[in-house]
Design a protein around this ligand. Structure first.
Ligand code: ATP
Length: 241
């Protein structure tokens, strides 16, 4: 069953076509990798889906409903969450308080502080940050801040989660732990996940399907092996065989 559908979606910034006429369908429960060089349009695509930016053209359907034109908070309430490359927690609040605020928004939208705090505690358990719940967000390491960013997204109770370079800058061990964690919560929550990551090994390991962007256009999609052997991908991105 299709959860997300993009039809001829484009986004321009002045003369730059950041996203160029993209058509893409994502099924429920898929983990899809989104790959492409710097400036290929990956983050812009996330922003279009999440409603942080309006598309210049095209249609976006989520759960069979048009969402292009809706505000980010409306789209969040329908069950779309994203992380940001530059993590931006409220640094003067604790880890638990940061996640509690997210639980008050999004599709979990509880009005009660007690239930929001309970949701936040559960999510911190899922991302293994429970032991840092009372610390200021600013005191976390990079790996901890990335987990907090994921926790804030999960606390909105999404159906679709878009992860933007949540493993960048992590050590190999931390990266492997993050992959295991993503697999775990994807399964227990029946989530659909789109992952942007520059570390190819991680993307190919985690994602049965990969979509490749180049200068805003979708140039290839398929299994990791198909994509790695695609001549356009090799020419435009991987460089060598
Ligand atoms: P990276 O891997 O570096 O994050 P990306 O694939 O996410 O790259 P985008 O950040 O989506 O790429 O950028 C796509 C293109 O759109 C780039 O040429 C970028 O300079 C341009 N762009 C993105 N956001 C804006 C903006 N707010 N104003 C003007 N140009 C923008």
């Amino acid at each position: 069953m299709t959860l997300l559908q993009l039809k001829d979606v484009s986004r321009r910034f002045g003369g730059v076509v950041a996203v160029n006429n993209i058509g893409l369908s994502i099924e429920k429960n898929e983990i899809v990798g989104l790959m492409g060089a710097n400036g290929a349009g990956k983050t812009t695509l996330f922003s279009l889906i999440a409603g942080n930016l309006p598309p210049s053209a095209g249609e976006i359907l989520f759960d069979d409903r048009r969402i292009d034109g809706l505000r980010a908070d409306q789209i969040s309430r329908l069950g779309v969450a994203r992380t940001f490359q530059i993590v931006r927690p409220f640094s003067g609040l604790t880890v638990l308080e940061n996640v509690t605020i997210s639980a008050l928004f999004g599709s979990s939208r509880t009005k009660s502080m007690v239930s929001a705090t309970n949701i936040a505690r559960e999510v911190l358990e899922e991302v293994e940050l429970t032991n840092r719940a009372g610390d200021y967000a600013s005191a976390l390491t990079l790996s901890g801040r990335k987990r907090l960013e994921i926790a804030r997204a999960l606390a909105t109770n999404p159906k679709l989660l878009m992860l933007d370079e949540v493993m960048a800058g992590l050590t190999a061990t931390e990266g492997a732990e993050a992959v295991a964690m993503i697999r775990r919560f994807q399964e227990t929550r029946n989530l659909t996940v789109i992952v942007v990551e520059h570390v190819m090994g991680i993307l190919m390991d985690l994602c049965p399907r990969i979509v490749v962007l180049h200068h805003g256009a979708l140039i290839a999609e398929g299994s990791p092996q198909d994509v790695a052997n695609d001549s356009r991908v090799i020419d435009s991105y991987l460089g060598t065989r």
